[in-house]
Design a protein around this ligand. Structure first.
Ligand SMILES: [Zn+2]
Ligand SMILES: [Zn+2]
Ligand SMILES: [Zn+2]
Length: 357
C-alpha cells in the first residue's frame, strides 16, 4: 500500500476551478428584470464592495457578547470563562431567574428567511451602519420562573444561543416547518443532554416534517447516545408550559396555515406571537384582543404573497389594541430607521431586544 506524504498529497491536490464553475457576478439587465420580488434586483456583486462596506463598532459586539475572539478582549475573556465552566461541570448551570410571576421575551432573531443583510446585496439596508439592521432568522426565547423555551430553532439558532448566553431550554415550540424556523433543531442537543430529552411542541404537519428532516433524531429504534432526544407533543389545542398557558393561533401564511401563539399567565394575555402570516382572521383578532404585547410579521412596505406588509400589520394592531406592538420577520427593504414614521406604540424589533412583563 502506498502512503503519500503530506507534501505529496498537497502537491497532487487540484485547487484550480473546474472550467464550468460559476462565480458570483453582477446581474445582467435581463436577469434584473426577471429577478424575483424579494429585492434581489438590487443585488450586485462588485469586486470593490468591501472598500465601502461599513464596519460595526466594537462596543456593539461587546454588548451582544458575540463570540468572536477577534472582536475584542472582553468577549474573548467571556468565551474562555464559559468554556472553563463547562469543562468543570459538564452541565449547564440553571440561569438564576429574577422573575416571580411574569415572563421575559428575548428576540433571538427578527429577520426574514434570508436574513439581513442578504448574501451579496449592496442595498442601503444591507449596508446600513446601524447594527440593528443586521437580522438573524426570526425566533424568540421566553423565560419564566418555572421554565424557559424557544419558539422555533431557525438556521441561526446556535449563534443566537451563544450571543444571548442561553443556558436553559426546557422545550421548543414550533410555528411551522419552513427552513428558517427549523434548521437549527439539532443544536438543541446541548439542552437535550442536560435534561435527558427535549420536549417538542408542534402541529401534526410540522411534527411530520421534523420527523422527516431529522429522522436520525426521531429514530428511537436505534438511539445513538448524544443525539438529540425529542419528546413529541402534538399541538391540538391549548397547552401549558409551567404556569404559562399557550393557545395556538392558526393563521394563513400564503397557501399554508401555520401557528402563532398567545402566551398568558394568571389569565392575563401577555404576548401574542405571529411571526409568519399573510392575514389575521377576525376570530384570531378577537382571541388576542387587548394583549399586552403583539409581535407581528411586517416584512416590508410592499405587499407580499406570504407575509404581512407594514400597512397590513398596522391595521391588525389597530384592531387588537395591544399596549405595544413589535414588528418582526423584517426583510432588507425595511430599515430600523423606519420606526420613526410609525405610531408611538409600534416598534420595529431588533435582534437581542428583550422585554419583561
Ligand atoms: Zn419565516
Ligand atoms: Zn439588501
Ligand atoms: Zn414561513
Amino acid at each position: 500500500m502506498q502512503t503519500l506524504s503530506a507534501k505529496n498529497r498537497f502537491h497532487r491536490a487540484n485547487i484550480s476551478p473546474r472550467p464550468n464553475q460559476r462565480f458570483i457576478r453582477a446581474l445582467t439587465q435581463q436577469e434584473l428584470q426577471r429577478a424575483d420580488d424579494d429585492g434581489f434586483p438590487r443585488a450586485s456583486f462588485t469586486s470593490d464592495g468591501d472598500k465601502t462596506r461599513p464596519h460595526l463598532p466594537l462596543d456593539f459586539f461587546h454588548q451582544r457578547k458575540i463570540l468572536n475572539s477577534q472582536q475584542g478582549q472582553d468577549s474573548g475573556h467571556w468565551k474562555i470563562e464559559s468554556y472553563q465552566l463547562r469543562a468543570k461541570t459538564q452541565s449547564l448551570p440553571i440561569q438564576p431567574s429574577t422573575l416571580k410571576s411574569g415572563l421575559t421575551v428575548t428576540f433571538l432573531g427578527t429577520g426574514t428567511s434570508q436574513g439581513v443583510p442578504m448574501i451579496g446585496c449592496d442595498c442601503e439596508v444591507c449596508r446600513s451602519p446601524d447594527p440593528r439592521d443586521q437580522r438573524l432568522r426570526s425566533s424568540i426565547y421566553i423565560e419564566t420562573s418555572e421554565c424557559s423555551w424557544v419558539v422555533d430553532t431557525g438556521t441561526d439558532f446556535r449563534t443566537q444561543a451563544l450571543r444571548e448566553d442561553i443556558r436553559q431550554v426546557d422545550a421548543v415550540v414550533f410555528t411551522h416547518s419552513h427552513t428558517d424556523h427549523i434548521m437549527g433543531f439539532d443544536d438543541l442537543r446541548r439542552f437535550s443532554h442536560a435534561r435527558g430529552s427535549m420536549p417538542v411542541y408542534a402541529s401534526p404537519e410540522t411534527m411530520r416534517d421534523l420527523e422527516r428532516v431529522f429522522r436520525f433524531a426521531f429514530n428511537t429504534s436505534n438511539p445513538v447516545p448524544y443525539y438529540l432526544k425529542p419528546e413529541q407533543h402534538i399541538i391540538d389545542g391549548p397547552f401549558k408550559l409551567g404556569e404559562t398557558s399557550i393557545i395556538p393561533l392558526p393563521v394563513p401564511h400564503g397557501d399554508s396555515v401555520v401557528n402563532g401563539y398567545l402566551f398568558s399567565r394568571r389569565n392575563q394575555k401577555l404576548v401574542a406571537y405571529l411571526s409568519d402570516c399573510s392575514a389575521v382572521p377576525d376570530a384570531i383578532i378577537a382571541l388576542i384582543a387587548s394583549v399586552k404585547v403583539l409581535i407581528i410579521d411586517a416584512l416590508r412596505d410592499k405587499p407580499h404573497p406570504t407575509h404581512l406588509s407594514v400597512g397590513q400589520a398596522l391595521e391588525v394592531a389597530m384592531h387588537v389594541k395591544p399596549e405595544v406592538t413589535y414588528f418582526t420577520h423584517i426583510g432588507h427593504e425595511l430599515s430600523q430607521s423606519a420606526e420613526s414614521r410609525l405610531p408611538k406604540s409600534v416598534r420595529i424589533a431588533h435582534d437581542g431586544l428583550k422585554f419583561r412583563l
